[in-house]
Design a binder for this molecule. Structure first.
Ligand SMILES: [Zn+2]
Ligand SMILES: [Zn+2]
Length: 254
């Protein structure tokens, strides 16, 4: 009679070797990279299972660091920023070396102290195409950059936009001492009304005034060329796409 191979068994948890830290499905973990010079990989555990020899494996969904993405790290990416990818894998549970917390962008900006285990995620990332969801993000300041939570910004009491001190010709120390701030456009406007609100120190995540397209340059350029070919002569399409293309191109890479 043929022997039936015992099936895999789902586990509720796994205790990280040499620690008392318990990992459960849904938790975020740090995984040992094959190259020990590199920072640990970050993943979300989807499933934990043991085979008939009691080898524990985890099904994970990888987080990508900005430098691992097709578009690379940009000026507005935070030091602790991660993208939730559509890339899944099965790994030995032995490669888990610790736990971490991947916060929403909003919660991350509210943290009093950012610990080594704190990360944040505001975009989902398609590993094959380099595409982001959402594919647009609000921009601030004269430099029209998305908010990097590592950078201090000051809010103008006139137009309510947020500004980098350096873009306004100030040092960070000077900006921290400010009780009131008017940007160069508003301070030249005599009718600017002073707000009595408390002076906030970082942009609200909900504020969406202007946005930046996050499609990778190759996709935007390809789409642009395709549209030139398809809609040649239709000026509306042409100028709209040219604006998106230019906005993307205008971004400093580092
Ligand atoms: Zn700026
Ligand atoms: Zn202003």
């Amino acid at each position: 009679m043929a022997k039936t191979k015992p099936g895999k068994k789902d586990l509720d948890s796994y205790t990280i070797k040499g620690t008392n830290k318990v990992v459960r499905p849904g938790d975020c973990v740090l995984m040992r990279p094959s190259d020990s010079d590199k920072p640990p990989y970050v993943a979300r555990v989807e499933k934990i299972e043991a085979d008939h020899r009691n080898n524990v494996k985890v099904r994970v969904r990888w987080y990508y660091r900005p430098e691992e993405s097709i578009g690379g790290r940009r000026q507005f990416h935070g030091a602790k920023e991660l993208f939730l990818s559509d890339h899944y894998d099965v790994q030995s549970a032995h490669t888990i070396e610790g736990k971490c917390i991947v916060h929403s962008f909003k919660n991350y900006t509210k943290l009093e102290n950012v610990g080594a285990e704190d990360y944040f995620c505001r975009f989902e990332y398609k590993a094959a195409t380099g595409g982001f969801t959402p594919d647009r993000v609000a921009v601030y300041c004269k430099c029209e950059m998305p908010y990097n939570p590592d950078d201090l910004m000051v809010q103008c009491e006139g137009c309510k936009d947020w500004f980098h001190p350096s873009c306004m010709g100030m040092t960070i120390e000077e900006a921290k001492k400010l009780d009131h701030f008017l940007c160069s456009d508003c301070s030249s406007d005599d009718d600017a009304k002073r707000s009595l609100n408390a002076f906030p120190v970082s942009p609200s995540v909900e504020t969406k005034v202007r946005t930046l397209s996050l499609a990778p340059l190759c996709v935007v350029a390809g789409f642009f060329l395709w549209c030139c070919w398809k809609y040649y002569g239709e000026c509306d399409h042409f100028s709209l796409l040219a604006r998106v293309y230019n906005a993307e191109n205008a971004l400093p890479l580092q």
